[in-house]
Design a protein around this ligand. Structure first.
Ligand code: TMP
Length: 232
């Protein structure tokens, strides 16, 4: 009589992560995490909305958020950060406040949305801190990345799109009264632009630079070329 040990002669079955999620509903799914970033007036908020509309039209579940902000606590931290009356704020305090707002947003909103398999579009993220706070009071990129990692529990974006345009054009687009950060000199904003471009050069797998000195439709097209393959 032939006996067969368990598993012997059976075709091994490998379950795809999607199938596992159906079988084990409590298992977190992995959404797609996209960041739109860039200097003031680069049009990222308009483009974030267009991308949200496009994805929603394709039937994807999308969450659009802004950093700093989105949560009740985050919006209060945003007000403290941008209030021109807070001129005495040190750069380390500033950097940590951006991180605090972000930590709350990750806990309350982003983390759950990514676990639910949604596409998250974030208007600014740690890439902004690496552009705006880098070098202030000796703050290094390593410090920002390490503190960022703690704040967001290691949930780094899948792709960061930097909308790039010359500083004189981006600042010229601001029509409302300037906030505390926007009021800084042109040389500061030029350095911010260079800090974005350096990040993109140093991490080409996770960053793309989009020429934002063009029409809204052209920019949206290029954003879709880069982000589309990750979400469709
Ligand atoms: P927003 O007006 O694009 O929402 O951004 C708010 C301001 O905060 C803007 O001037 C850029 C600045 N900022 C930083 O300096 N560091 C950061 O980490 C973030 C997210 C924004």
């Amino acid at each position: 009589m032939q006996t067969r040990r368990q598993g012997e002669g059976e075709t091994p079955v490998s379950l795809s992560p999607c199938l596992l999620v159906c079988i084990i509903p409590s298992m977190p799914r992995h959404g797609t995490f996209l960041v739109l970033d860039g200097t003031e007036g680069s049009g990222k908020s308009t483009q974030a909305r267009l991308l949200e509309q496009k994805l929603t039209g394709l039937g994807r579940e999308v969450l659009l958020v802004r950093d700093p902000g989105t949560t009740r606590i985050g919006e209060q931290i945003r007000n403290i950060l941008l209030d021109p009356a807070h001129g005495e704020m040190g750069m380390r305090c500033e950097m940590l406040l951006y991180m605090s707002a972000r930590a709350q947003m990750m806990k309350e909103v982003l983390g759950p949305a990514l676990d639910a398999g949604k596409v998250v579009i974030c208007d600014r993220f740690v890439s902004s801190t690496l552009a705006y706070q880098l070098g202030g009071d000796g703050v290094t990129a390593e410090e920002i990345r390490a503190i960022g990692d703690v704040a967001i529990k290691g949930r780094w974006p899948d792709l960061t799109l930097i909308l790039d345009l010359p500083v004189e054009k981006s600042l010229g687009r601001l029509k409302r009264p300037k906030d505390r950060i926007e009021q800084r000199p042109v040389a500061y904003h030029e350095q911010v632009r260079q800090n974005y471009l350096r990040q993109a050069r140093e991490n080409p797998q996770k960053y793309r630079v989009i020429d934002a000195d063009r029409g809204v439709e052209e920019i949206a097209h290029d954003i879709w070329v880069e982000a589309g393959p990750l979400v469709s």
